[in-house]
Structure formats: structure tokens, C-alpha cells
Design a protein around this ligand. Structure first.
Ligand code: ZN
Ligand code: ZN
Ligand code: FE
Length: 740
């Protein structure tokens, strides 16, 4: 008899029924059980049958599953007379919690088949699709441990649930039109299909609807309707930050965007992320993503989304909806009715449902660089899939950074990053962070032995780390922000040892108390040395200096007449800022490359004040991409680069050419510094990380220039280069601590 243990994403993807069917097909007796951390099989049969069974297990695994490891052991035979699925027995170990999975093709077909008993059922799902992480209370994944435990199955659903030949055999969120959850309008007496029809009518008529999804509420409106989009912008106090758009189907996407084969694969994958695509001049309202050449596109991923677009009634419905996270600014996504009523009073309707969301999950956002994915926000569909990194077996909680927060739980060489939490400036976000940590600790059964956090003394996340670690009598391990960026890139690439790390981003606390953000490290997992950095400059004006690029520009220009000529700001502001700089009041020393992007965008007149993080950099890149000018490679330091752009701008050169020149010069400088460091140290590998490397033009140019110098380049793909990834780096460093 064989004892087989299968590790991986085997929970909630129909793995046990799959095993049972294979066993029956290969005349195998025994049983299969869900052990929480793995699936265990006892298999008895002829040697040949067992061999075929094992091969089939490895080669034919069900969709959405991912086998990471199979252990096989020979045991003496027992008295089995058939093959059974054993009820869940719980054992501690490596836990693999499945992310939420978009509706599958078969369920989509049934949804619109009038002969099917789940015709137009907004919660149709099966063993291969549906919510997972967001409805899970504890492991192992069984109905009673999900928020579906509130809904007893009807007889017909029960039959499918227990029928091994059914697509819904063992499907935990199973329900139908006769049982299970339902949709309804808040504050109106409309439920089910009537509620959906009502919401459709409002959307088609230019109204705004809040709609509860898998991981939280969205705010939706017709993406072609300028005034509807403007009303949403005004209500959300979000003047220009791009909105994501959900399209009816792939061909609707292709009407509005260019779509490569690779982008299509990710766009239509079971994760269904938002993918940033190059816009065509189509019918999407200009104010959906103003002044940038990309559009965040996604496809419907729940049955309710599909019903929005294609419900069989007389309403003519748009092909594209703005779908933006439903949250008041600075606060995590709304998940329950009470908050929805409070937060969405400006909406024309709130379409909710009674399946509880236990853990928030925003939509994931992905860009492409050189035809490879580049994750910007890793959340629904991806979290909490682990990153593998050989270190030690200890368990760590890394709290992450202050902006775009995610946290990480690590154990047994597996780093599990949480779904997106958000910016932790607001105390309500701290609460969500704390409760999400508690839930993930339960789900993954990790009790951390050490806590890691950022080095910044005043971050809410640092304070939280200190509070949590006080319970353990252990101080938190504080990891320098940019070092954590580099470590996260090393972890994603499973790289160990010495490396040259280039971390370019907006803001991070340096170990000398100044602002860092243009750093070159020589480092490994244990320690780092700041080997080089861009030229220091003065950042004056506190928080404003992070949003108002003209303030940084003035620090470089130093001359009021030139600032006036460039119309950087009005006279009063210019004089005020000049005063601060001259007298060194409210000034900090900074090496932030993010701020240099802001300053260059201001000098070129592209963006003087950002209304959202990264606005100036995105617009500068978009402008650079409109230029096809080639410049001779010249290596200058960052101050010289700024002055060259300024001089050529004053001579009246084309601003897009100059935006392009800036990207060229910056990448050349980066490659040159790395080459020098490589000559000094004999290190041949460079890691690129930090939010600035979300810029696909800069990433691409820098990579090319480094490779031409014979250096190997590690980049991010599925872990964000921005602060959403640093929890992984913090965990990697904490795992090196001697405290264990
Ligand atoms: Zn399905
Ligand atoms: Zn039912
Ligand atoms: Fe950062």
C-alpha cells in the first residue's frame, strides 16, 4: 500500500473528488483525506495500477490546483474494499489557503441556460471556481468553516455536493435559486432579480451603484458617460486618479485597448486581475484615466458581474463600467451593509448580498514590462499564495510598510503575503490591519516567534509591531525600507548571497535619519552597505513636498527668476518656498528618485502638483513614450541630469523629447554606477526594486543597459516593486536573526 502526501494548493479546488475519480478509474482501494496542510492518500492495488495512479495524480491535477510536493511511502497492506473520501481531520503543518477564483466557463454557461436550475443565479459556483480566502473562517476548507455555514443546502444541492460525478462534488460555497445567499438593494424593498434589474437600469441611465463583490464593495458607473464618471469623481473626492474599467468581454476590451497575447492570458486568467493596457482612441470617457496612455481593464469575475452586463431584460447596457474600490479615501474597502449605508449615500443604489466577507481583498493590478507581468497591487486571486525562500523553519510576522500596506506571515520557508490593506495613516486602517493579521494567523496556523517592521520611528506599522512584540518580550526587528525592497526582489527570485541592489522610490527612512530613495546597496540577506546614492538635495515643506514637484524643482533651480519663467507656482508660494530653502527651515536632506521625477515633471510643465501618489511620474513616462528621439548615452549624476533638462527646456526643446532624455540619462547613470560597483566587488547580479521601477520605460532601459554591461538583472514580476512588497523583504531579513 502507498501512503501519498500531496502538498500545494489542493484545498478548495476539488482535489479529493479528483483523487477519488482517479482511484476508481485505476481500480485503487483506500481513502483520501484533507489534512489541512496537505491531502493524504492511502492507495492499495496492483503494482501497475498504483504506478499509473501516481502518474495520473501528478499529470492530470484539476484546474486551479498547484502541486508543490508529493511524498510517497510504502506501507503494509490493509483491508480496504473500496475508495473513500474521509471527513476532514485537522493536523498542523504547512497550510495552503486557496485564493478566490473567478467564475469558470461551465458555470458561466449554466448561468445563462434557461433549462439549468441555477439559471441567472448570482452565486453560481463549482469545485473549480468561486470565493475561497474571503469566506474562510478556519482551515481545513469545509462549508461549516466558511461564511456559507449560515446557509443550509437544499436537497438538490446536497445531492450534487455528495455526488462524486458532479462538478459540485465537495464544492463548499454551493447554493442555488432555492437555497443560499441572495442579493438585495439596501434601503429599498427589492431582492433577487428585481434588485439586479433595478441596478442595471440605474447604471444604463448614468447613475452610480455601489455593489458588493467577493472581497468588498465596488462603485460602478457607465465608463463612457463623462458626467457619470465626473459625479463619481466628485463624490469620492478623487479628482484625477485613474479608475479601473470592467468590460463585458474580451472583444469589448479590444475595442478600447491594445491587447498582446501575454496580456490576454493574464486578463482572462482565473485570477482576473486589472491589467494596465495601452488605450486606443475609443468611447471610454476622457476623465476615466486622464492624461495617461494606459487604462486599467478587467473582465467580469463573479456571476453577479456577468448578470450586470447580460441579464435578459429590455435594458440596453454599456459594454464598460467603471469599477473602483468602494472606500472613503484613506480607509480600507467597505465590506458590510452598515458601512455601505454610511459611506455610499451619494450612490443611486446599493446592491448588497448576505454572504459575509471575512477578509478584504481588493482587485489585483498588473502592468507589463518587456512582455513580462509586473504586479502593482497583489491582492484578490493571488493572496495568500506563498513565495518560497529557503531560510529556516522559524515563523515570522512582518508588518510591512506604511503605504500600500500588506503584511507577511512566514513559516517553513514559505512567505505568505496578505491581501492589500492600504495606507496605514488612518486609525481605521490600523484596526483592519490588526484584525486581518489575527485572521491570517488563524488560517495559516502561524504563531510568530519574531516580528519585523520598518525602521521609521513614527510609522503606525512600527508602533503596531512594538505593541505586538511586547507580548513576546522581544523587540521587533527593524528593517531599513530600501533594503527590504531589495530583499523582496531577492526572495521573489529565490536568490541567495551577495548582490548589488538598486532601490528607487518615493520615501523611506534612512539609517542616518534622512530621507532615502535613490540607493545602491551591496547586500545579502543578513546585512547591507549603502555603497552609493544619488546626489543629496533639500526637501522643504513637509508633506507638501511629497505631492508638489515644483517645490523640489525650486530646490534644484535655486533661482526665482527662472522659477517664474517656468510658472512653477504663484509668487507668494515661490517666495515662501525659497525662504524655507534659504533659511533651512522645515527642510530634510533627501535622495528620493521619486521626488526627482516630480521635479522634472514640474519643470517640463507636465505636472506641478500631484493629486495622487505617482501622478507626476506616470505622466512623465506617458509623455516620454510619445517621443521617438534617440539620445547619445552620456553618464551624468542626478544633479547634472536635472540641470541639463532645465537648460534644454529653457531653450524651448520639445517636452516629450526631454522626458525621454530624462529616462535615458537616469538609466545610464544607474547602469554606470552598478558597473563600477561590480568592478569593485566582483558581484555580477543586480536587483531592481522600489516603486519607481513600476515605470516600465525606466525598468526596461535600465535592464537593457545593465545586460549590455554583462550584468544579470533580477526584477519583480508577481510581487510589487512598490511598498506593497516590502513585507516579504522584512520577513527575509528577520529569518536571519540569531534570536531564535
Ligand atoms: Zn465553476
Ligand atoms: Zn440549493
Ligand atoms: Fe518604498
Amino acid at each position: 500500500m502507498l501512503n501519498i502526501k500531496i502538498f500545494g494548493i489542493v484545498q478548495g479546488v476539488g482535489f479529493r473528488p479528483f483523487v477519488k475519480n482517479l482511484a476508481d478509474a485505476h481500480k485503487i482501494f483506500g481513502n483520501v483525506a484533507n489534512r489541512g496542510s496537505y491531502v493524504e492518500i492511502f492507495a492499495q492495488g496492483s503494482e501497475l495500477d498504483l504506478e499509473n495512479f501516481l502518474r495520473a495524480l501528478q499529470n492530470e491535477n484539476p484546474p486551479r490546483s498547484a502541486i508543490l510536493k508529493i511524498d510517497v511511502e510504502n506501507l503494509p497492506d490493509e483491508n480496504f474494499s473500496d475508495f473513500k473520501i474521509v471527513e476532514s481531520v485537522h493536523e498542523a503543518g504547512d497550510i495552503f489557503v486557496s485564493p478566490d477564483i473567478a467564475i469558470c466557463e461551465k458555470c458561466s454557461e449554466e448561468l445563462f441556460n434557461p433549462d439549468n436550475r441555477r439559471y441567472l443565479h448570482p452565486f453560481i459556483n463549482c469545485t473549480a471556481c468561486g470565493p475561497r480566502l474571503t469566506i474562510l473562517r478556519n482551515m481545513p476548507y469545509d462549508r461549516e468553516r466558511t461564511s456559507m455555514s449560515d446557509f443550509p443546502m437544499c436537497d438538490a444541492c446536497k445531492e450534487e455536493y455528495f455526488d462524486k460525478n458532479s462538478r459540485r462534488f465537495d464544492a463548499q460555497p454551493i447554493c442555488c435559486n432555492d437555497c443560499g445567499c441572495e442579493v438585495y438593494l439596501l434601503g429599498k424593498n427589492l431582492r433577487g432579480h428585481d434588485a439586479i434589474k433595478f441596478a442595471r437600469k440605474i447604471l444604463a441611465g448614468g447613475g452610480i451603484v455601489a455593489v458588493k463583490g467577493i472581497g468588498g464593495f465596488h462603485l460602478a458607473c457607465d465608463a463612457r458617460n463623462f458626467s457619470a464618471v465626473q459625479k463619481l469623481r466628485n463624490s469620492k473626492t478623487r479628482p484625477t486618479k485613474p479608475f479601473a474599467v470592467m468590460f463585458r468581454n474580451i472583444s469589448a476590451v479590444e475595442q478600447e485597448c491594445f491587447l498582446s497575447a501575454e496580456e490576454k492570458i493574464f486578463l482572462d486568467s482565473p485570477q482576473k486581475p486589472i491589467v494596465l493596457l495601452n488605450k486606443k482612441s475609443g468611447t471610454i470617457a476622457e476623465n476615466v484615466a486622464p492624461d495617461i496612455n494606459k487604462l486599467g481593464a478587467m473582465l467580469p469575475y463573479t456571476p453577479l458581474h456577468l448578470l450586470f452586463f447580460d441579464f435578459p431584460d429590455e435594458i440596453i447596457f454599456p459594454d464598460a463600467l467603471v469599477m473602483t474600490s468602494g472606500n472613503p479615501s484613506g480607509v480600507p474597502i467597505t465590506i458590510d451593509d452598515e458601512d455601505a449605508l454610511k459611506n455610499f449615500d451619494f450612490c443611486d443604489a446599493i446592491l448588497s448580498h448576505n454572504r459575509k466577507i471575512l477578509l478584504r481583498a481588493d482587485d489585483s493590478v498588473m502592468d507589463f514590462i518587456d512582455n513580462r507581468p509586473s504586479m502593482i497591487r497583489r491582492s484578490r486571486g493571488y493572496a495568500p499564495l506563498p513565495v518560497f525562500y529557503d531560510s529556516n523553519k522559524k515563523s515570522v510576522l512582518a508588518i510591512g510598510g506604511e503605504l500600500k500596506n500588506t503584511f507577511c506571515l512566514a513559516k517553513n520557508n514559505l512567505l505568505y503575503a496578505s491581501p492589500y490593506i492600504g495606507d496605514v495613516g488612518d486609525l481605521r486602517t490600523v484596526e483592519v490591519l490588526e484584525s486581518s493579521i489575527a485572521r491570517m494567523k488563524d488560517l495559516l496556523e502561524i504563531s510568530p516567534e519574531i516580528i519585523a517592521c520598518d525602521l521609521h520611528p513614527r510609522y503606525q506599522t512600527t508602533l503596531l509591531a512594538e505593541k505586538i512584540s511586547a507580548e513576546f518580550n522581544l523587540p521587533p526587528v527593524k528593517v531599513q525600507h530600501h533594503y527590504a525592497h531589495i530583499l523582496s526582489c531577492m526572495a521573489e527570485n529565490n536568490f541567495h548571497g551577495e548582490i548589488i541592489g538598486v532601490a528607487f522610490d518615493g520615501t523611506g527612512f534612512g539609517d542616518d535619519g534622512t530621507i532615502w530613495g535613490g540607493e545602491f546597496f551591496i547586500c545579502n540577506e543578513k546585512t547591507y552597505r549603502r555603497a552609493a546614492h544619488i546626489e543629496k538635495f533639500l526637501q522643504a515643506g513637509g508633506d507638501k513636498s511629497a505631492r508638489e514637484g515644483w517645490r523640489i524643482a525650486l530646490a534644484f533651480i535655486k533661482n526665482l527668476d527662472i522659477a517664474r519663467e517656468l510658472k512653477l507656482a504663484d509668487e507668494k508660494n515661490l517666495r515662501g518656498q525659497k525662504f524655507l530653502l534659504d533659511k533651512n527651515i522645515n527642510c530634510v536632506t533627501s535622495t528620493s528618485v521619486g521626488r526627482i521625477f516630480d521635479a522634472v515633471a514640474a519643470v517640463l510643465g507636465i505636472c506641478k502638483v500631484s493629486t495622487y501618489e505617482g501622478e507626476a511620474a506616470m505622466k512623465l513616462q506617458a509623455c516620454a513614450e510619445r517621443s521617438d528621439k534617440n539620445f547619445r548615452a552620456e553618464c551624468k549624476n542626478s544633479e547634472e541630469i536635472f540641470n541639463e533638462i532645465l537648460t534644454r527646456r529653457l531653450l524651448g526643446e520639445n517636452i516629450c523629447d526631454l522626458a525621454r532624455l530624462f529616462h535615458e540619462r537616469l538609466s545610464e547613470m544607474t547602469a554606470q554606477i552598478c558597473e563600477e560597483l561590480s568592478l569593485q566587488t566582483k558581484i555580477k547580479t543586480v536587483a531592481l526594486s522600489g516603486g519607481v521601477f513600476q515605470n516600465s520605460l525606466l525598468s526596461s532601459l535600465t535592464t537593457e543597459k545593465l545586460r549590455r554591461r554583462g550584468l544579470k538583472v533580477l526584477r519583480h514580476e508577481l510581487i510589487p516593486p512598490n511598498d506593497g512588497g516590502i513585507c516579504i523583504g522584512q520577513a527575509v531579513h528577520a529569518l536571519q536573526e540569531k534570536i531564535f
